[in-house]
Design a binder for this molecule. Structure first.
Ligand code: FES
Ligand code: FES
Length: 200
């Protein structure tokens, strides 16, 4: 057993853990942040991507002891400021599983621009891949503010989505890039306009 201490979304989390504990397991089971998903445990699907000291990593491919002392950001850390937790379970809050923003009494303005673009562009179906996609794209767009659609496809090459066919994810990335650059939204433009412009 070994003591590991990480700062996760600004909160210090420490525990005595088996040296074989994956960073993914630490985040989910010790820090209790289940937005980071386990899709393969083989560094193939990208569902488990988080940031460690500013770089994205597949957290199933890293031991927690290897990053002792690191600053970690998970999907829950991207928009933590204003979202209120659901304080009690009701029929309405369960129905909110299909309207998650309403369930936590949030609005798209509460979200990181990549999350908000996913919401606008319907880039989520089952949502299992979404946390990893968002984390990868957040990191990529910070470094590459003017990507082409092909650049975005290359950026998410390590992330698998079984549902969407990727088109709306690329749409969302292009909209998020424009917002992060501070470009004014084209008047009357709906999401996907960039897809039409470059052939999808
Ligand atoms: S669970 Fe880490 S890449 Fe699939
Ligand atoms: S939305 Fe279902 S796997 Fe991507």
């Amino acid at each position: 057993m070994q003591k590991v201490c990480l700062t996760v979304n600004g909160r210090e989390v420490s525990a005595e853990i088996d040296e074989r504990t994956l960073l993914l397991e630490f985040v989910r089971d010790v820090a209790g942040l289940t937005g980071t998903h386990n899709g393969c445990l083989e560094a193939r699907c990208g569902c488990c991507v988080i940031e460690v000291d500013g770089d994205v990593v597949k957290s199933c491919n890293v031991l927690a002891v290897q990053v002792d002392g690191a600053e970690v950001t998970t999907i829950e850390g991207l928009a933590p400021q204003r979202l209120a937790p659901v304080d009690h379970i009701t029929t309405q809050s369960l129905a909110g599983m299909y309207r998650p923003l309403e369930a936590v009494r949030g609005t798209p303005d509460d979200l990181h621009p990549v999350q908000a673009a996913f919401h606008r562009c319907h880039a989520v179906q089952c949502g299992f891949c979404t946390p990893g996609m968002v984390m990868v794209l957040k990191d990529y767009l910070e470094e590459n503010p003017e990507p082409t659609r092909d650049d975005v496809r290359r950026a998410i090459a390590g992330n698998l989505c079984r549902c969407t066919g990727y088109q709306h994810i690329v749409d969302a990335a292009m909209e998020a890039a424009a917002e992060l650059r501070g470009d004014p939204a084209p008047e009357g433009a709906a999401h996907g306009a960039t897809a039409a412009a470059d052939g999808g």
